[in-house]
Design a protein around this ligand. Structure first.
Ligand SMILES: [Cu+2]
Length: 146
């Protein structure tokens, strides 16, 4: 009796390992759908010369833009009229919510997914006065592409 229970337990253990093995083995090949969907539609660098590079990008609704601070400075990615010194440095399409990365230290990244099509202007809080302003154009969602 005891022998039989052990044998069942052992078989269950092997089965669990086979299932886990299949899950891990599958991971590198069939990348999870979430990982594919989250690949950014554009990447923008925050520079030592107080610029967003490239200054303007175009993506589609549902895509993320990723900002990477490769500089030695603290920057922000800010599209909030309430935080702008100059109203012309911000633009949001009707219905789009303001967003703000907060302080991005050297090496930090920030992502924003755009849900509303239109033209966005955003700026860096510490360097708005120096002209650190960028633009994102969001086109309607692509159908049947990707
Ligand atoms: Cu900045």
């Amino acid at each position: 009796m005891a022998e039989r229970a052990d044998s069942v337990r052992a078989r269950a253990g092997v089965l669990a390992m086979v299932i886990l093995g299949a899950v891990f083995a599958g991971a590198p090949f069939g990348a999870p759908a979430a990982a594919v969907a989250s690949a950014p539609g554009a990447v923008i660098r925050l520079t030592n010369t107080l610029a967003f590079e490239p200054k303007a990008v175009t993506v589609h609704v549902g895509q993320a833009v990723e900002w990477r601070n490769g500089s030695l400075l603290v920057h922000t990615v800010t599209a909030d009229p309430a935080l702008a010194a100059n109203a012309k440095d911000v633009a949001l399409p009707a219905g789009a919510k303001p967003f703000n990365s907060g302080d991005l230290k050297p090496g930090a990244t920030y992502r924003h997914i755009f849900a509303v099509p239109g033209r966005y202007r955003y700026f860096c809080i510490p360097h708005e006065g120096a002209g650190m302003v960028g633009e994102v154009v969001v086109l309607p969602a692509q159908v049947g592409v990707r």
